[in-house]
Design a binder for this molecule. Sequence first.
Ligand SMILES: *Cc1c(COP(=O)(O)O)cnc(C)c1O
Length: 456
Amino acid sequence: MMENNQGTPCHPLTVLPKRAIPSEENSGTLVKNMISDELILDGSARLNLATFCQTSLEPEIHQLMDAAIDKNLIDKDEYPVTAEIEQRCVRMLARLWHAPEADTTMGCSTVGSSEAAMLAGLAAKFNWRKRRMLAGQPVNKPNLVCGPVQVCWHKFCRYFDIELREIPMSKNRLLMSPEEVLSRVDENTICVVATFGVTFTGQYEPVLEISKALDEFEATTGIDVPLHVDAASGGFLAPFCAEQLVWDFRIPRVKSINASGHKYGLAPLGAGWVIWRSTRDLPEELIFNVNYLGGEMPTFALNFSRPGGQIISQYYNLVRYGFEGYKRQHNSCYEVAHYLASQLQKTGLFNLIFRGDKAQGLPAVAWTLKNPQKLSGYTLYEFGDRLRQRGWQIPAYSLPDDCCETVIQRIVVRRGFTMDLAQVLINDMKSCISHFHDVPVDTEHEIISRKAFNHN
Ligand SMILES: *Cc1c(COP(=O)(O)O)cnc(C)c1O
């Protein structure tokens, strides 16, 4: 079917309109089928080994999401049970992360860690300004100190006019170190952000060591710099799989923590959390009370209307799996990561940067190529492209800053990526390697698109 010269599709519908809203109604079944047909060209979510996000969901989650499709989370007066469920999750997470006043502290759900980061960053900015004003000191341009962060912190700093002091990666240091932090903090630092599960490699930054360095800094300068932990992935991993690791509210300097419910929290896409150490750490000016939905409802969020199903599903997961269930599932992911790391090591072709050790980071594996000559001249970009032909999405990307010459590949092992699939993947990798061996690269003729890879 064609579009007429206004771009309006003619009846009957045989091709989906691309530019203008059709003038006539169409059958719901027909339109749904046509859209579903187009959508089969999207990648298969479970073969995407680059994402941290949840792609394996139980039928019960589908049912809960369906039943909640019309529940607006902001409407706490109309949906008091949904609102209460959100609060139960906040209390559970506050306790999981050892908040000293877990039953009364403040926290809220968000769309994901990005919104949570904006809220935590804003609270830190307001608190810093108040400290400066109370002390009668000038309020200059604020700054934030961090290691190699996820893009949400770049956004936070740009959107809210804060100087970002990001410690660049260097060849022998892929994380922030206490020394590097200390050389950047000053009286205008609103907070230091430690990433608990760095996007590029999956490693945890040393929260406790950084906190100790900031304690010494305070003792010598009198400047008290708060810590925020971006535990987007680690917040739902370490409490279950690395209990001895001290990274959370057990450290007094940690004032707020964010995590993505839709990553290792096992909730469907659209669930994030931010929790403050105590009510005193969330400035009151950031909380709005609205009465136009009935009742007097406090709200602190960037969004207003928002679906409630994700939060209900998060609660379902916490209750359904409990501590042991989360531990069991995440530990299986670590086992798969170890298996992949050891198999990759055995090929002799790769240098492993991270092997998914549970005390050091996420169930992820990251590697570089030892020497392109050993792979018949191919690079990780071609390796990624070749694996894509089998459906696997394991993109290669360059590290930031001083390491931009280093190209790495990373697999994030999530629920649903079983040992069986891992074995299939390793076999596929071996066939790619032997293909490269049989057909050495001819750089003159090989045209490869090296599209920028987007982390998420
Ligand atoms: C994924 C991630 C984010 C962004 O989280 P969303 O839930 O996707 O908004 C922020 N920080 C880190 C460390 C992450 O891994």
